[in-house]
Design a protein around this ligand. Structure first.
Ligand SMILES: [Ca+2]
Ligand SMILES: [Ca+2]
Ligand SMILES: [Ca+2]
Length: 396
């Protein structure tokens, strides 16, 4: 379910351009790299928000081909770019994208690695979940998306490295009701209900809601027979139609929230462990919750890529109501940008210098440790206070 108020297209190209030219560059003098961290004064040159989207493969759904809009000739690459235009940047300048039914996903990255700070939630992804108006239950429109994280271990800037799932509260609150190694395949059915089958012997459809969403529901730029794998969370839909005044609402279905560890599951900006409020434990994700394929904890110091996929496979049965459950996301942020940058510097020993100090035989790296060709450095080089080998350099 989308808050239509938020579906406004704005061109954010100019903002992204600013983010591009404010990337800081650094030189690593390997023989002089001290192991200790040096606090940097140029942290404002990095953004805590998403820099770009890497992959967008939604499952079919009522908002697919709509947010972002598919136009004839679009390819996977152009749809990924449209997602970047919607969700890269701060909350005021971003817009929802839909992941469709179970399994549909998006992958994105920031302009730096996000550090796993011990004892802290490290990042959050904002959606459009909200508390239902009659306060009968915890939640209301909670379309939990499952989070995965990955490190760019081969250093090629692409999300082609091992992935780890974030273990959310269902793993402890709903033991026996979570389906791991779940798989669903969707079949194209132009302008009709979209059929699916799963690996548990079930089948069903993503139903059209023509009066609200008249476009095709199968992602038009993707091949037929889309298959997704992952974890299926327990159905969370309850029918409260009998508990509300029928003159106010003929049908009243709500989606119960889970305690922690998901996206589009709890209202944005809630991140307090408060079991006495509807906020419960909020939206923040701790990288320490990452688990491997055997659901065993993994010890990640940084992550470079985040993936979110729709974790629920259910639909609201009443006519003229919600249809399939679909995770939507609008924005994401590093919850501790300064700490992430400090941790990168501590781990790599890299220091920032200004361009006048550079020699052609210096190797230049970005904060992810990737080599940057001298020819692609910006001109003029941005002025700032930098630190090299523990000494401050002031540049104009
Ligand atoms: Ca952490
Ligand atoms: Ca990679
Ligand atoms: Ca939603």
């Amino acid at each position: 379910m989308i808050n239509e108020m938020r579906i406004k297209d704005k061109n954010k190209a100019s903002m992204r351009k600013v983010m591009m030219i404010t990337l800081s560059f650094i030189i690593c003098h390997l023989s002089f790299c001290p192991a200790s961290a040096q606090r940097m004064d140029n942290v404002t040159t990095h953004s805590k928000y998403i820099q770009a989207v890497d992959e967008y493969r939604p499952a079919p759904g009522q908002y697919v081909n709509d947010i972002p809009e598919y136009e004839e000739g679009d390819t996977e690459a152009t749809m990924v770019q449209k997602c970047t235009e919607r969700i890269a940047g701060d909350y005021q300048n971003t817009h929802l994208i839909a992941l469709g039914g179970w399994g549909g996903y998006v992958t994105f990255h920031f302009d730096h690695s996000i550090a796993n700070i011990p004892g802290q939630r490290d990042f959050a992804v904002w959606g459009n979940a909200y508390q239902e108006q009659t306060n009968q239950v915890f939640g209301g429109m909670n379309e939990a998306g499952i989070v995965m994280v990955s490190k760019d271990t081969n250093g090629n800037g692409l999300p082609d490295d091992p992935w780890y799932e974030i273990s959310g509260s269902c793993d402890v609150d709903s033991v026996g009701k979570v389906i791991y190694n779940y798989e669903v395949t969707y079949q194209r059915n132009p302008m009709g209900n979209i059929p699916w089958t799963d690996n548990q012997g079930n089948s069903g459809t993503i139903d059209r809601i023509n009066q609200w969403h008249p476009q095709e529901y199968y992602p038009a730029w993707l091949p037929d027979g889309l298959t997704f794998q992952g974890t299926r969370l327990p159905d969370n839909m309850v029918d409260l139609s009998e508990t509300v005044d029928s003159s106010w609402s003929q049908w009243y279905y709500v989606l119960i929230g889970f305690r922690y560890g998901y996206v589009d599951n709890l209202p944005n900006w809630t991140d307090k462990a408060d079991a006495n409020s509807w906020n419960y434990e909020g939206c923040g994700i701790d990288i320490s919750w990452a688990v491997d394929e055997n659901r065993q904890p993994v010890n990640l110091d940084f992550v470079d890529f985040v993936r979110v996929y729709t974790g629920l496979n259910q639909k609201c049965p009443a006519p003229n109501w919600w249809g399939e459950t679909s995770t939507e996301i609008q924005c994401a942020e590093d919850l501790h940008l300064d700490a992430s940058l400090d941790a990168i510097r501590q781990a790599t020993g890299i220091r920032t210098v200004e361009k006048g100090e550079m020699r052609n035989d210096n190797k230049v790296y970005d904060l992810q440790g990737r080599v940057i060709p001298h020819a692609s450095l910006p001109t003029p080089y941005p002025s700032k206070i930098t630190i090299r080998n523990g000494k401050k350099y002031f540049t104009k």
